[in-house]
Design a protein around this ligand. Structure first.
Ligand SMILES: [Zn+2]
Ligand SMILES: [Zn+2]
Length: 279
C-alpha cells in the first residue's frame, strides 16, 4: 500500500488536471495521494469529486513558498478549501490591501497605466485573481496590444510593474497551518541550501517547536543513502518521515507519480503517523 504526499496539477505548475491525477493515482494502485499545488487549494474541489467517484483517498493540501534565505517549501496536508486562519491569510496576501495585486496596480498607476483592483477582480470572474487578469484589463484599456506584451514589457519578473509574491515567515505559516487543521511537512530539505549539520539542527528545533510535524526524506530526487540520512534526521528531531514524488506531469520528464524515478515508495503508514503526530 503506497501513497504519494506531494503532487502538482494545472491548478499550479503541473501539466495535468486534478481529475487526471486522480485517474493516474488509481491506475498506479495508490491507496491515497495528496494534491499540493503551490500556494493554492483551487484544484481540490475537482480532485475530490473525481476521487470520491473512484474510491481513492484524496488528501487536500498545498505547498507554500516561505520567507527563508535560499527558499523554503512547506507542504501542508489536510488543509480544506474553506475559510480558516491559513486559507484566509493566503487569500489576503493575494488580494488585500498591501497584497500582491494591489502592489502591481500601484506600480502601473505610477507608470501612467491606471486601473482599479475592482476591474481586475471583475475580470477574473470567480476564480483566483492574478497577473493574467491584470494583463487582460491592460489590454482592454489599450495599454498593451496583447497579454504576452503585458508580461514581456511590464508584469514579468524583473519588469517595471513586477511585484514579488509576498511570503509568510516559516513559524507563522506552521502556526497558521496547525490552527487550520493542517499538518505541516518541510519539503525536499536539500533545497534549503543548508550544508552545516548544526544549522540544520537549529532550524529543525525551531520549526518543531512552532508545530512542524513531518520532514520529506522520501524524495524522488534522493539516492537511497540520502533518504536514510534525512529519515535519521527526522527521527532525531521528533518529526515524521514523509515524502512524495513532487509530480509535475510532463514538466518534469521521467518523474512519475508514486514511484518518482522508479525507486520511490512511500508506505501508507506515513499517513497514520502524520495524523498521529498532529493529534
Ligand atoms: Zn517545492
Ligand atoms: Zn512541489
Amino acid at each position: 500500500m503506497a501513497v504519494d504526499l506531494h503532487t502538482h496539477s494545472t491548478a499550479s505548475d503541473g501539466s495535468e488536471t486534478p481529475s487526471a491525477l486522480v485517474d493516474k493515482a488509481v491506475d498506479l494502485g495508490l491507496s491515497a495521494f495528496a494534491l499540493t499545488d503551490h500556494d493554492t487549494l483551487e484544484g481540490i474541489e475537482e480532485a475530490r469529486a473525481s476521487a470520491d467517484k473512484a474510491g481513492i483517498d484524496l488528501i487536500p493540501g498545498t505547498e507554500l513558498s516561505l520567507e527563508h534565505e535560499g527558499g523554503m517549501h512547506l507542504v501542508v496536508l489536510w488543509l480544506e478549501p474553506e475559510p480558516g486562519p491559513l486559507q484566509d491569510r493566503l487569500a489576503g496576501l493575494q488580494f488585500g490591501r498591501g497584497g500582491r495585486n494591489a502592489a502591481i496596480v500601484g506600480l502601473l498607476e505610477g507608470l501612467g497605466m491606471p486601473l482599479s483592483l475592482d476591474e481586475v477582480i471583475e475580470e477574473s470572474g470567480s476564480g483566483s485573481v492574478g497577473r493574467p487578469h491584470i494583463a487582460a484589463v491592460m489590454l482592454r484599456k489599450g495599454y498593451v496590444e496583447s497579454i504576452g506584451e503585458a508580461f514581456e514589457l511590464w508584469l514579468g519578473a524583473g519588469k517595471p510593474a513586477y511585484a514579488p509574491r509576498p511570503r509568510l515567515a516559516p513559524e507563522e505559516a506552521i502556526g497558521l497551518a496547525r490552527d487550520s487543521g493542517g499538518v505541516p511537512v518541510l519539503a525536499h530539505p536539500h533545497t534549503l541550501g543548508i550544508n552545516r549539520s548544526h544549522e540544520m539542527a537549529d532550524l529543525l528545533v525551531r520549526l518543531r517547536s512552532a508545530g512542524l510535524v513531518g520532514l520529506e526524506a522520501l524524495c524522488a530526487a534522493y539516492q537511497r543513502h540520502e533518504r536514510e540520512g534525512y529519515a535519521d534526521l527526522a527521527r532525531r528531531f521528533g518529526l515524521v518521515v514523509s515524502g512524495g514524488s513532487d509530480y509535475h506531469g510532463s514538466y518534469k520528464p521521467g518523474l512519475d507519480m508514486g514511484t518518482g524515478y522508479g525507486d520511490l515508495a512511500v508506505p501508507y503508514d506515513v499517513v497514520d503517523q502524520l495524523r498521529a503526530g498532529a493529534a
